[in-house]
Design a binder for this molecule. Sequence first.
Ligand code: 4GY
Length: 221
Amino acid sequence: MLHAQILTLFPEFFASPLSCSIPRRAIDAGLVRVDCLNIRDFCTDKHRRADDVPYGGGPGMVMKPEPVVAAIRDARARDADTRVVLLSPAGRPFTQDKARAYAGLSGLTLLCGRYEGIDERVVAHVDEELSLGDYVLSGGEPAALSVLDAVIRLLPGALGDAESAAQDSFADEGLLDWPHYTRPEVFEGQRVPEVLLSGNHAEIDRWRRAQAQERTKKRRG
Ligand code: 4GY
């Protein structure tokens, strides 16, 4: 069982996505446990302030280090072996290989920032900074949710037969997925490629692989 912990100012952000489809079933089946810890609960001042103005000036607010570090300490106290990952555009890129590595851990803690960022001195308390890509979200929460989703579907037993990860073997080779079609045979004048109607599975496999290679070259090449 993977123990995921999420450190956030918005724990309610995660309720609906984790209550649907594959993540929901994985939680219900006991493959993963997800605990959302509210960073505000670790504020000790009477106004429970989690942010403050930036040293050096400039717009926006910065997350204060004390409550964030107290939350990290609590996550580590609950799970001594947890890996603490800070979601940030300044992190190293998230990949399918990383998802596989996280799926093999006993504990994963995802730390979500808000505002202009988290006080840099918090970085000394995390194991890794991770980025979903070169764009800026309004908080780390959607990034943490994406990481958790990518990890959960890799846990043994998380995918039903219908969802089984056939295309993942292609992702392993660094290829993009091939195009998919279902009924009807003609949609808005566009026909399903004839080979997919042929029933010749060797030829279908060859066509799909060729499509995956062509797309990868065109789009990533
Ligand atoms: N991109 N990959 C990302 C992000 C929002 C200010 C720190 C990203 O992972 N996280 O854009 N995060 C920022 C917002 C505080 C997190």
